[in-house]
Unconditional design. Structure first.
Length: 302
């Protein structure tokens, strides 16, 4: 394993730590709920959904988090402003800890951040996400609401390479500085099927140069591959595990693992990789987990 040269930031967002040197803090998993096409959603526009099924999904993920020592952030997806309040109220009252507000448009995201500010939930919220193309009105809304935590998306469609991702990062950091955002998480942006390689290398470079927490929705690359080639389900699962493992080994502090239904596979995979990394870091650098709830002390017990 390796130790990053730059001192690493560790954020505490509503009780969940994100960041640090390998082996210190487990990779945080973010599973999506109420996403487009989610079968528990009965009316996307009005925010009507099956509360019993939604609660079971959240409870199951909570149990997996406890079993493996992998922290979680629930990614609350939404396509309509009217629905966001209902989704947010439900998740905030059902789980403890942080959740992300993940709107498909700026108008939806603005509605979400205004609502969490109004009801006093800002300390628990991660904004997903800020892109280099963010408009002035959205940025002003974030500043006015007092947003504290956000994911920055290193989206560079003109130059979708490692260098291109790094090129837009400084612009993004200037943007969040203007909005006084304190907890900055960097999503190194999946765009294509073979992207888990360069996306993971970009994570390594950002942590080594900036010391900021990094991650990505690696599952998007595998999902795209599945749709294009219709690969068998077992190969899809293996590909997803390998893609996420590569990013974790290269320093990923958080992973957006896709639909919350995938939790059973994601938490075991992530917990096992984190345990291996932590054991190596203890032997080589004397770096120990910051908590006894780390996967190193949990995954081998079962």
């Amino acid at each position: 394993m390796f130790k990053f040269r730059k001192e690493q930031k560790v954020y505490d967002i509503a009780g969940v730590k994100i960041g640090g040197q390998p082996g210190q803090v487990p990779t945080v998993l973010m599973g999506s709920i109420f996403y487009h096409g989610h079968d528990i959603v009965e009316d996307e526009k009005k925010g009507k959904f099956d509360k019993d099924k939604a609660e079971r999904l959240l409870k199951s993920e909570e149990e997996l988090s406890d079993e493996t020592g992998i922290p979680r952030v629930v990614d609350v997806c939404c396509s309509w402003p009217e629905a966001f309040e209902k989704y947010i109220d439900f998740v905030a009252s059902t789980i403890e800890g942080p959740f992300a507000i993940d709107g498909t448009t700026a108008e939806v995201r603005k509605a979400g951040i205004k609502y969490v500010a109004e009801v006093g939930l800002l300390d628990r919220v991660i904004y997903n996400s800020i892109t280099p193309q963010i408009k002035t009105d959205e940025l002003e809304t974030l500043k006015e609401c007092g947003l504290k935590s956000a994911i920055l998306l290193t989206l560079n469609t003109r130059n979708p390479t490692i260098r291109g991702r790094l090129e837009v990062l400084d612009k993004l950091l200037d943007v969040v500085a203007k909005a006084n955002i304190q907890n900055v998480l960097i999503d190194t942006t999946v765009l294509d099927i073979p992207d888990p390689g360069p996306v993971s290398k970009t994570m390594y470079l950002i942590k080594d140069r900036y010391g900021l927490p990094v991650g990505a929705g690696i599952h998007n690359a595998v999902e795209r591959w599945k749709k294009v080639r219709k690969i068998p389900h077992i190969k899809y699962i293996i590909a997803s595990c390998i893609a996420n493992t590569v990013s974790i080994v290269l320093g990923a502090d958080f992973i957006l693992y896709g639909p919350i239904e995938n939790a059973k596979i994601a938490y075991f995979m992530c917990g096992l990789v984190n345990a291996y990394i932590a054991y190596s870091m203890m032997q080589e650098y004397g770096i120990r987990p910051l908590t006894r709830d780390h996967p190193l002390f949990k995954v081998f017990r079962r």
